[in-house]
Design a protein around this ligand. Structure first.
Ligand code: NI
Length: 174
């Protein structure tokens, strides 16, 4: 188990456009394992490779919406390699988003409610699926990371500056 350090704003690496994975090999599988460990350790539901400083188009997501008898979230991690949005719905939905790279700051972000996505799994096999609900939002947020885009880019400048000021204050207090 390897928990990696998460890159936080204003680190310029978060603005890098990640490159596509050319072959899904053991190094990529190890990266997926480490990213998954890191996501759980940070209590996140999604993580893109650039958030651990690796500029490859790799995303892990586990919404952890189901609980076991003891009320503990049931883990079902999924890896998405070279995820690509093929189409989006006209219908929008709004969700209060957060990001492990912008700790403890949240804002309502409006995005297409559904998206059709293609990706490779850790065996290098291609998949294509229509996503909706939180998974659709989360996937769009993580693919944004692969393109150097953060959720705060989707809100007004006023709101963005307020969130970053709150984060600075919180860091100072820590
Ligand atoms: Ni994020």
């Amino acid at each position: 188990m390897a928990v990696l350090e998460i890159v936080e704003v204003p680190d310029p690496r978060l603005r890098v456009v990640s490159t596509a994975v050319e072959s899904v090999d053991d190094a990529i599988r190890q990266l997926v394992t480490d990213m998954t460990d890191t996501m759980y350790a940070a209590k996140g539901i999604g993580l893109a490779a650039i958030q651990v400083g690796v500029a490859s188009r790799v995303v892990v997501i586990d919404l952890q919406t189901e609980e076991d008898a003891d009320g503990k979230p049931i883990r079902a991690p999924h890896a998405y390699i070279n995820p690509e949005i093929l189409s989006v719905s006209d219908e929008l939905s709004s969700y209060s988003e957060g990001c492990l790279s912008i700790p403890e700051q949240y804002a309502d972000v409006e995005r297409p409610a559904r998206c059709r996505v293609r990706w490779l799994d850790t065996d290098g096999l291609a998949h294509e699926e229509e996503l909706d609900g939180l998974l659709s939002t989360c996937m769009q947020h993580e693919i944004d990371h692969c393109d150097g885009i953060l959720f705060i880019d989707h809100v007004s400048r006023l709101k963005r500056e307020m969130l970053l000021r709150k984060l600075a204050k919180q860091r100072k207090a820590a």
